[in-house]
Design a protein around this ligand. Structure first.
Ligand code: PAF
Length: 285
């Protein structure tokens, strides 16, 4: 596996693949790899001749500096995981190269980025779209793979690719879960043992909401029950529970009769130790 620390070096490696007529699947990450990332790599391997990855903890998608500082980092282990999974090349660029001094260009999906989870985390999706646009330009991959857990992120990236005519195909990969249902996330390692036990509530709320939808329940009923489950069964704080149209992301109200996406986030702990977990479910009653 080629470990590239500069954009030029990575481009040269990937240009070699293209010159040989090989297709490239891209997996962008912020490191702290887990089985969820490996599912993206497996999908990229299955669909392409070569797999290119990136590890870059992107500062512009973090609100508070404390959240950026607290983000887990495990570069040496990440490189080994990618190597073992058969990745061909990884880019691990510096912040200075990704954001050169005096940089002033941003990419923003103006509506999608600022609603729902984007309203709770102002600037987050602008940071994601900007860095992903840079990485797409750097890699020139045929396909790029993103987890469905980050449902709104996936929608933002799809919209950006469509609007800006990036010649890359976007593939969503189903969420990988722990045995008890908790969606895998790099943030899970920051949970205290108590919060780790409580964190299964997200998946249970989604199971419950899906069951309600099957019985003709309303979006308001889903929200009310989720708030009750979290309040009664955990010390976490429900930050968002949105039932939306999967295409427009407009809120669904009343009885959920057609396809809908539920996106929720719960915060565990306080202050610098706070960990925000997100999960999602697409339902088709
Ligand atoms: O999902 C992530 O890990 C990040 O948001 C991404 C897409 C790598 C951009 O920094």
């Amino acid at each position: 596996m080629e470990v590239c620390r500069t954009i030029a070096g990575y481009r040269a490696v990937l240009a070699g693949y293209r010159a040989a007529g090989e297709s490239i699947g891209l997996v962008t990450t912020m490191g702290a790899l887990h089985h969820g990332h490996m599912a993206l790599v497996a999908a990229a391997k299955a669909g392409n001749d070569r797999v290119a990855t990136t590890i870059f903890v992107n500062p512009t998608q973090f609100g508070a500096a404390a959240d950026l500082d607290a983000y887990p980092r495990s570069e040496a282990a990440d490189i080994e995981m990618f190597r073992d999974a058969g990745v061909d090349a990884v880019l691990i660029p510096s912040v200075e190269e990704m954001y050169p001094p005096g940089e002033e260009t941003i990419v923003e999906t103006t509506r999608l980025a600022n609603m729902l989870h984007g309203a709770v985390r102002p600037g987050h999706f602008r940071g994601v779209a900007t860095v992903v646009a840079k990485l797409f330009n750097i890699a020139g991959a045929d396909r790029a793979y993103f987890g469905e857990k980050d449902y709104q992120q996936l929608a933002v990236i799809r919209r950006m690719v469509r609007d800006l005519h990036f010649p890359v195909e976007i593939a969503g990969v189903p969420t990988v879960r722990e045995a008890d249902g908790l969606a895998m996330s790099s943030r899970n390692v920051r949970l205290s043992p108590q919060h780790r036990r409580e964190a299964t509530v997200l998946n249970r709320c989604l199971d419950h909401a899906e069951m309600l939808a099957a019985r003709g329940g309303s979006a308001e009923h889903m929200y009310g029950d989720a708030a009750e489950m979290i309040g009664e069964q955990t010390s976490g704080t429900l930050k968002a529970f949105d039932v939306v149209d999967p295409d427009t992301f407009e809120p669904v109200t009343g009885s959920v009769t057609g396809p809908a996406a539920i996106m929720m986030s719960v915060e565990f702990g306080e202050g610098d130790d706070a960990v925000l977990l997100i999960d999602q479910r697409e339902i088709r009653p």
